[in-house]
Design a protein around this ligand. Structure first.
Ligand SMILES: Cc1cc2nc3c(=O)[nH]c(=O)nc-3n(C[C@H](O)[C@H](O)[C@H](O)COP(=O)(O)O)c2cc1C
Ligand code: SF4
Length: 370
């Protein structure tokens, strides 16, 4: 296995090195970036919270992971809970936090149990500063301002306006929100040095021989990650990179693509599955996951889902393709969080990659209407 592996090594690895300014510098030199989606540099985030904390900050380890195509964080929490705790406590020591919140998805029971057991094995001073909060099973609950709102009020809805959590988060305190894999990687950098940040977990699913979470080097290609999952199982139609907020690619261009930072999920669509039915199912899911507080997101995603369903069900109307194009452009940047942007990216890429299927479905209906 490679240096800095999360999945191959034993969970507990002896005393933790101390956190502090040297660790921030090491994280910056390591180039480690967040693994929760936005790919923001970890060292920079720790420095900005440390600069304003004065000892009363909060560390929020984000293990909500509600994307049905992603399993990397639940797998990590289940197999290496102590390493995630190492990263969270190192972060707390480094940024001046007196509370650690471990935010874990409601459906991830094995991960919850593993984390609770590991926390019980930690020294009393760490146990007394940490608590596990179960995130509701909603896609948007993992968005960082929704997580803060949920912890404060019990309602997981995002906030668009400043201040951001690193300035004023949980209970008005500076809050370092970091994906659980980012924290585990930070602990490896502390233990093993700067080169230990160079691997990434990817959940590989769909038409592959062994669907599972793999660990590859940052900069690996999509094809290499699929090969680690045993390679293709039958003829593929397309590859989705990045889960429900991801981008569809045809197999040729996906194969040599370098994994985008924070991507986390690759799904191979079998040639035997209808891409139109798959899109109808996915966009309906995303529409149902809207927090329903921004009109363009709530109504826009609902309209996109209804249109996809009409097309997939052989009921396309003459203007449906044009509607998908126009509406998927119009919802971008129009919500309090990036939920509509993620859905729009999925639709936009599907229109390109599945152009023959969309065109055929709409043409057939046009002929029937004529
Ligand atoms: C709709 C939505 C859902 C999200 N869900 C998660 C999630 O489940 N886990 C996560 O770590 N980040 C999630 N994020 C990203 C977080 O807002 C935040 O950027 C991340 O937790 C920061 O950690 P990182 O810098 O280590 O990546 C989500 C973002 C959006 C817009
Ligand atoms: S953009 Fe959508 S998911 Fe995000 S806050 Fe607004 S309604 Fe909720």
């Amino acid at each position: 296995m490679f240096a800095g592996s999360l999945l191959a090594d034993a969970d507990r690895q002896g005393p933790l090195p101390a956190g502090g300014p040297d660790l921030i510098a090491a994280l910056e030199r390591s180039g480690l970036r967040g693994r929760g989606g936005a790919s923001f540099p970890v060292g920079t985030k720790w420095r900005s919270v440390a600069g304003r904390a004065g000892g009363g900050a909060v560390v929020l380890a984000n293990g909500a992971e509600a994307d049905p195509l992603n399993r990397k964080d639940q797998t990590l929490l289940s197999s290496r809970p102590h390493l995630v705790l190492d990263g969270a406590f190192l972060a707390a020591q480094t940024v001046g936090a007196n509370e650690v919140i471990l935010y874990v998805g409601e459906r991830h029971r094995t991960a919850q149990a593993a984390l609770a057991r590991a926390l019980g094995e930690r020294p009393a001073p760490q146990r007394s500063r940490a608590r596990i909060v179960i995130a509701p099973p909603r896609y948007v609950a993992g968005e960082e301002t929704a997580a803060v709102n949920y912890i404060e009020t019990g309602v997981a809805v995002p906030t668009a306006t400043p201040p951001r959590p690193f300035e004023r988060g949980v209970d008005g305190r500076p809050t370092l929100i970091q994906n659980v894999e980012s924290l585990a990687r930070a602990a490896l950098v502390a233990r093993q040095g700067e080169s230990a940040g160079g691997m990434i977990l990817v959940s590989v699913s769909g038409a592959v021989a062994v669907p599972r979470v793999v660990e590859v080097q940052v900069g690996s290609t999509v094809g290499e990650a699929i090969d680690v999952a045993g390679g293709l199982a039958g003829p593929p139609r397309a590859v989705l990179v990045g889960g429900f907020f991801g981008t569809w690619l045809d197999v040729g261009s996906a194969w040599d693509l370098r994994l985008p930072g924070g991507c986390g999920a690759i799904t191979v669509l079998s040639a035997g599955i209808s891409p139109l039915a798959e899109m109808a199912r996915m966009v309906r899911f995303l529409a149902g996951e809207s927090a329903a507080q921004c009109g363009p997101c709530y109504f826009g995603l609902g309209a996109l889902a209804a249109t996809c369903e009409r097309i997939a069900g052989g009921q396309a109307q003459a203007l449906d393709l044009e509607r998908l194009r126009r509406w998927s452009g119009q919802v971008v940047g129009r919500g309090a969080c990036r939920h509509p942007d993620g859905a729009a990216g999925l639709v936009h890429s599907a229109l390109q990659v599945f152009q023959p299927e969309f065109a055929a479905a709409c043409r057939t209906v046009g002929q029937v209407a004529a």
